[in-house]
Design a protein around this ligand. Sequence first.
Ligand code: NAD
Length: 477
Amino acid sequence: MNQLFINGNWTPAESGQSLDVIDPATGEVFATIARGAGVDVDRAVIAAQGALQGDWSRMTATERGRILSRIGELVLANIDELAQLESRDTGKPISTARNDIQVLARYFEFYGGAADKVHGEVIPFLHGYQALMSREPLGVTAHIIPWNYPAQMVGRSVAPALAMGNAAVLKPSEDACLTPLRIAALAAEAGLPAGAMNVVTGLGEEAGAALAAHPGIAFVTFTGSNEVGTLVQAAAARNHVKVALELGGKSPQVVFDDADLDRALPIIIKAIAQNAGQTCAAGSRLLLQDGIYEKFVAKVADAFGGIRVGLPANDRDCGPLINLSQLERVKGYIERAKRDGIPVLAEGRLDANLPEGGYYVTPVLFGPVAADNALANEEVFGPVLSVQRFSDEAEAIALANGTPYGLVAAVWTENGARQVRVAKAIRAGQVFVNCYGAGGGVELPFGGVKGSGHGREKGLLALEEMSSPKTIVQYHA
Ligand code: NAD
């Protein structure tokens, strides 16, 4: 896959250079990708502009929707191949990868069905005038996505943009390009016109930076780290381009004394073990009320100790982390927490005989963690769960809101009034009550407040985000 996908064709980077693709399970190179840069981004933007002048722009919303639905069908028809590719490229357990491909298909199905259901408005106005508001494509949309859920991110980001008639330039993470490239090929096979979806692989500081700063784009949706999100927003601002930022999280699971603990336990464990904790919406903080603290923390420790880490093909709870720098970062947090004297309540287990070069880390449960410790405030992006303790509702809310982030939260209580009060008081883009979905549900608008970003993807709201309202006023008296 040492090529870019531009204007419906496979093409090498202008520089002819490539980048190695490393298998996180072994640390060994198993493929290469093209090292696209500014000149390749130019080609992709020009191709997208061409699609906006050509067949793609003349299609009805129904026709666009049919193509998206066909992409979803082709994704499902190729699920085994795509899941293998995703698992190999990212290190995620094969059943997780398979689930991700199903979600990818679901995005195309959902936005395929929605494409022709976005209606405008007739606005009551002055006598003798008719006022309308329609939703138009923004133009060329830029999609910069991370490595943790590459397949899902293509669906989440590109499908609504296409549904609204935009033409997309996708820049996947240099650590996870293989599935996005394969999806572009399936989209072409489904009948997506040339130029409507282009993929430029390459380094963030080269291809990514060139895309964010490109004067030919009308919108950037960026999912990734806060540091890079700031750079992307600053670059886009110079062209007055609208940006959606989907950034990090430090999502709390708030468990009150009256919670259904048996229901909560497996969901809490899964919310941190999923994708080895490399999930923006990982439930990485566990806030427990005094009355159940001792009893429940023992149960959580017991279950956490059962987390197994192994080869992606062996389908344990966690696979390896994505790369060496991520491994060093997560180990750094664990070592610092130990140095700070935070008690280790439990550790997961690595399978025996894992390849030495693979990026495996032992999951750790720490607690109690002081509210001002880095572990309670910073995104680790690994299988590390911090337990904190609270006495009453006010303290629970203060702790839940006490980080720079505001992405997702969960409230566990059987008290209906408290469910509503706490859900309303927590500052986050999504709050789950007696359940948790780490970003799950393509129907559910998703995005952050505070340091978790702004803008919304998923659900019907994404269609508003990825279109431009136009008001037309017509005098007829
Ligand atoms: P990252 O910010 O390093 O990279 C994200 C993307 O930006 C990649 O495609 C990368 O190539 C590109 N990039 C890097 N430097 C760039 C630059 N100077 N200009 C333009 N683009 C550049 O993030 P990552 O390490 O791939 O992903 C992990 C982060 O993503 C975590 O912080 C996580 O919380 C966040 N994330 C958020 C969500 C969400 O929906 N809120 C989802 C997944 C991941």
